[in-house]
Design a protein around this ligand. Structure first.
Ligand SMILES: Nc1nc2c(c(=O)[nH]1)N[C@H]1C(S)=C(S)[C@@H](COP(=O)(O)O)O[C@H]1N2
Ligand SMILES: [Mo]
Length: 492
């Protein structure tokens, strides 16, 4: 058997050279379309929904670094194999390493919001990988022995390091520029302020840094706000294009709105409440002139997400908006800077597209957005729900008066009552802390005289339409979890 180390090394070095070159070209052309990101995005999109749900459940936001590591491990294994192949059948090996480029091109073109320029990086990467492998596997006579090979390899490795570092630095600079531009924005005061909240509770609003994040994007998009614009088109009489400056010039509305994710399990953390500032969407759409028959608003994000929102929900009087501010600041990059949609009463995947670059009026019959293609419900109003935040599950607490507290929500309908059931007994009313509108969660609390022993506390909410939160358990797929949050505690 021929020794495997040198051929595997040649494969790895050529793949590394190709990847570094491709990443460098991408960071110069369009960082969102870096091959690692487009390949990773394609892997995410091809992942079956149950696996994705499992990953979100078990790794939360950490599912992405994990995926990137997986991709790199896969690339390393394939590269080593290609090197070994090239040492036996040189042409086959060269063709195989070229596959990296082809894969990259396919991944780039399969992204929903790709531009033609995106194929440049994988093409350059493929050519570099083939070239490097060709040089490293030259027949011995031409290659001039071991010493010469090592020198060549060292020079290539140096090139890889420089290109890789260059790509990383450029990436950081774009990220920092976007962050700086975001930080420099002075948001105008709202023309229409949010109703003052009657409660003084600090935890009513979720600070931006603690707000949950759920998206399929491997890297946080860094949109250049100066050149950014959004087009509103499709089934409208007067298509329009708006820049960020155009949005700032319009009368802005400020609203307190609770946003939650359809993937949230009963009692889960993917919900947050913030003060949002934005342009009312209903007014914009009426200006554009919605044509009859248009029933779906399709938002497209810079990284390729598509989200479909019913026209009827946006026009029914609720405060749907194109948001540019969150809790008194410009939108944080990870929450959709420079602009995202918000639709009170809808789960995020049908009403809250981030990093929007395009809004098209169309129909549900003609277009399935990203998650709908994957089996999730096309229309997904939030379900009435409640959560116990205190005491924590399995807490050990002292006998006596214990405050049980949490949140309940039924955006657009509002919460009329929250009830607790302790150890399967009678349902008792919790105290609701008053809120200004139906679009936020409600904080509740209950003073419980806790006797010693093991106890279970169960919560349910009743919304203002009279609907009692169902005890029947349902998984988040396809339109949101149901069931009652129950916490077991030990009182001593
Ligand atoms: N561009 C884009 N927008 C997106 C998503 C996404 O993956 N990409 N995820 C949606 C989902 S599933 C949810 S629940 C909300 C989450 O918003 P947040 O991350 O600001 O909390 O964003 C929505 N908007
Ligand atoms: Mo979500």
């Amino acid at each position: 058997m021929k020794p495997l180390v040198r051929p595997a090394f040649c494969g790895l070095l050529s793949a590394a050279a190709g990847l570094a070159a491709a990443e460098l070209v991408a960071s110069l052309t369009r960082p969102e379309a870096s091959p690692l990101v487009t390949i990773g995005g394609s892997v995410i999109d091809a992942t079956p929904t149950p696996v994705k749900e499992w990953a979100v459940r078990n790794f939360g936001t950490n599912d992405k670094p994990l995926l990137l590591t997986g991709i790199v491990v896969g690339l390393v294994a394939f590269a080593a194999f290609v090197g070994i192949l090239a040492s036996r059948k040189r042409t086959a090996g060269l063709a195989a390493v070229g596959l990296f480029g082809v894969l990259g091109v396919i991944a780039a073109l399969s992204r929903p919001a790709h531009r033609s320029i995106d194929v440049l990086a994988p093409i350059v990467g493929g050519v570099v990988a083939v070239g490097v492998l060709a040089i490293l596997t030259r027949p011995i006579g031409e290659a001039g022995g071991r010493r010469r090979f090592l020198t060549t390899a060292a020079i290539i490795a140096g090139g890889v390091a420089v290109a890789g570092a260059g790509a990383a630095v450029l990436r950081q600079v774009t990220g920092r520029d976007a962050q700086r531009a975001r930080d420099a924005i002075k948001l105008p005061a709202p023309a229409d302020a949010a109703k003052p909240q009657p409660n003084g509770s600090t935890s009513f609003f979720t600070p931006n840094g603690e707000f949950y994040r759920v998206d399929t994007s491997l890297t946080v998009p860094t949109i250049d706000v100066e050149s950014w614009q959004v087009r509103i088109h499709g089934m409208v009489d007067r298509p329009m294009t708006l820049t960020f400056a155009d949005l700032l010039k319009r009368p802005l509305t400020e609203r307190d709105i609770t946003l939650n994710c359809v993937s949230n399990e009963v009692g889960g953390p993917y919900i947050g409440n913030a003060k949002w500032l934005g342009v009312p969407l209903a007014g914009l759409l009426r200006e554009a002139g919605i044509q009859s028959g248009a029933d779906q608003i399709i938002s497209r994000a810079t990284e390729g997400m598509t989200i479909g929102t019913p026209v009827s929900t946006v026009l029914d009087g609720r405060d749907a908006m194109l948001a540019i501010g969150m809790n008194g600041e410009p939108l944080p990059l990870e929450h959709g800077f420079p602009m995202r949609m918000l639709t009170p009463g809808l789960y995020g995947y049908v009403g809250a597209c981030k990093w929007i670059v395009d809004i098209e009026l169309g129909t549900f019959a003609d277009f399935d957005p990203y998650w709908v293609k994957r089996g999730w419900a096309a229309k997904a109003p939030v379900k009435t729900a409640s959560r116990i935040d205190r005491p924590l599950p399995f807490a050990q607490i002292k006998a006596g008066e214990v405050t049980v507290a949490g949140v309940a929500w039924a955006q657009t309908r509002g919460i009329t009552s929250v009830q607790l059931q302790i150890d399967g007994g009678q349902w008792v009313e919790a105290e609701l802390i008053p809120v200004a509108t139906a679009d936020t969660w409600v904080q509740w609390r209950y003073a419980w005289k806790a006797p010693a022993g093991g106890h279970s506390i169960k919560v349910r909410a009743i919304d203002k339409t009279g609907d009692v939160q169902t005890e029947a358990r349902a998984t988040p797929f396809p339109d949101g979890a149901t069931g009652l949050h129950t916490v077991a505690v030990t009182v001593t």
